[in-house]
Write a protein that binds this ligand. Structure first.
Ligand SMILES: Nc1ncnc2c1ncn2[C@@H]1O[C@H](COP(=O)(O)OP(=O)(O)O)[C@@H](O)[C@H]1O
Ligand SMILES: [Mg+2]
Length: 438
């Protein structure tokens, strides 16, 4: 007799036991399966309904499942955007008693899209470079946290809309390794080269299959290197300036804030003569605008959405200023008289199409275009009405979008390159402060 099913889960969900673990994932009945768009994968990955949410199930070896589960937990603790690990199930057997692979379960990242599902009429150049920009930022954040990915690619990333741009989340941590502190120069360069080659390949594949038009894979994949280097320099470089120019410190902080980061720790050194000062951010934390908005309003949204909403709050404060009303009071007033009426004007059958903060951003854009074409200010109420009728109605549902077979099919990829081989560049690590040389 086979031994009993073994479940290790972050939270106890008894419904997990009701899923047909005695069947290979490929053979699960369709009523269990959530037909959502999915990226390319090596393993069998399928989505299933569990109580009121959706889980992603990956069939793999137990050791790999355990490793990835632990890695995702650590990344979550480090506050890096990634999918949430949920459970590992092992000791599966079919009804004849033959063993079945273990599975790693993560929570389906709501409103996320794999890059292949991003544009039904084909991926456009501007969208492709925005995806790559988001991936560059994710890679910088992972590297700052000491994570070497080893398999950076569009397929291993999920994207959420973020006020006209994208926010990237890590979905596949199988090849990753976490180090104490920051990564070496060589490790970072390695990941970047892997990213460049993988992205070029993925985009060439899209072009060849007719799912993208008008994109240059080499230009876009080189774009990740450029974007990454620019960001890394802004976040880590040493600034040297005359001791009389202390305003440069606040300018550096401000520049980082604009990029969406807060400085948690800054090193400041004055040379022996007292003439020059060197500053370098030691610990930076992403989510500058998102944190501020959360504090002011309780809304938990992506970084660019937060930036957009904060701008709207500022505008509201300007238009409605009165003595004694501080920022917090005005932010709450904005929430109940501006933001919430827009969100609640969306018919309930359309709330799965986009996240509320993204709808709000699109309504603001829509109002701007309406006002421009009419040559006069359009009220928010009129803008919402027109947005729902003319735009939102024709959008597909992105919370639970039913993917086409072209998107949900499983395509077998080659085995990953062992990370030990990828790390060849490690040896040329330089001593001293290399960060400002990037
Ligand atoms: N938690 C999740 N939420 C949304 N999509 C997911 C999730 N987990 C996996 N996927 C989808 O499944 C695809 C394959 O998952 P991945 O972990 O990369 O498998 P593999 O290790 O076989 O490459 C991803 O590209 C993504 O589209
Ligand atoms: Mg993968």
């Amino acid at each position: 007799m086979p031994s009993s099913l073994s479940i290790t889960a972050a939270t106890a969900e008894p419904e997990l036991l009701d899923l047909p673990w005695h069947l290979p994932l490929e053979q699960w009945p369709s009523d269990r399966i959530a037909a959502l768009p999915k990226g390319l994968s090596r393993h069998t990955v399928r989505f299933a309904h569990l109580a009121d949410h959706v889980i992603a199930i990956k069939e793999t070896q137990l050791e790999l499942a355990k490793r990835e589960y632990e890695m995702l937990r650590k990344l979550e603790k480090l506050d890096v955007p990634c999918v949430e690990p949920f459970a590992i199930i092992s000791n599966r057997h079919d009804s004849e008693g033959s063993p079945l692979p273990a599975v790693l379960i993560t929570r389906h990242l709501k409103f996320s899209l794999p890059y292949r599902a991003m544009w039904s009429q084909g991926l456009r150049a501007q969208t492709a470079s925005r995806l790559v920009d988001a991936l560059a930022l994710l890679l910088v954040r992972l590297h700052l946290a000491g994570f070497f990915w080893g398999d950076v690619s569009l397929s291993n990333t999920l994207f959420r809309r973020d006020a006209g741009r994208f926010a990237a989340y890590l979905v596949d941590a199988e090849t990753g390794q976490l180090y104490e502190g920051r990564l070496s120069n060589g490790q970072r360069e390695n990941d970047l080269e892997i990213a460049r080659v993988n992205i070029a390949g993925e985009l060439m594949d899209l072009l060849a299959s007719g799912k993208a038009s008008d994109i240059d894979p080499a230009v876009i994949s080189d774009g990740i290197v450029e974007k990454y280097r620019g960001l890394w320099k802004e976040l880590t470089a040493v600034d040297v300036f005359d001791a009389s120019e202390t305003w440069r410190i606040s300018r550096r902080v401000q520049r980082l804030n604009e990029l969406g980061f807060d400085i948690e720790e800054l090193s400041m050194v004055r040379d022996e003569t007292g003439h020059t000062v060197r500053i370098q951010p030691k610990v930076v934390d992403a989510g500058h605008h998102a944190r501020r908005l959360l504090l002011l309003t309780g809304l938990d949204v992506e970084e660019n959405q937060a930036r957009r909403l904060l701008n709207d709050i500022d505008q509201y404060r300007l238009n409605n200023s009165r003595p004694g009303a501080d920022e917090e009071v005005m932010a709450h007033e904005w929430l109940s008289t501006v933001y919430e009426p827009v969100v609640s004007a969306i018919p309930s059958e359309m709330t799965g199409k986009l996240e509320p903060a993204e709808i709000f951003h699109e309504v603001l854009e829509h109002r701007w275009y309406m006002s421009e074409s009419k040559g006069e200010d359009v009220s928010l109420t009129d803008a919402v009405r027109s947005y729902v009728a003319d735009i939102l109605t024709s959008r597909r549902d992105e919370a639970a979008y039913l993917g086409t077979t072209a998107i949900t099919e499983n395509i077998t990829l080659p085995e990953p390159v062992p990370t030990g081989v990828i790390q060849v560049l490690d040896d040329d690590e330089e001593e001293g402060d290399w960060r400002d040389k990037v």
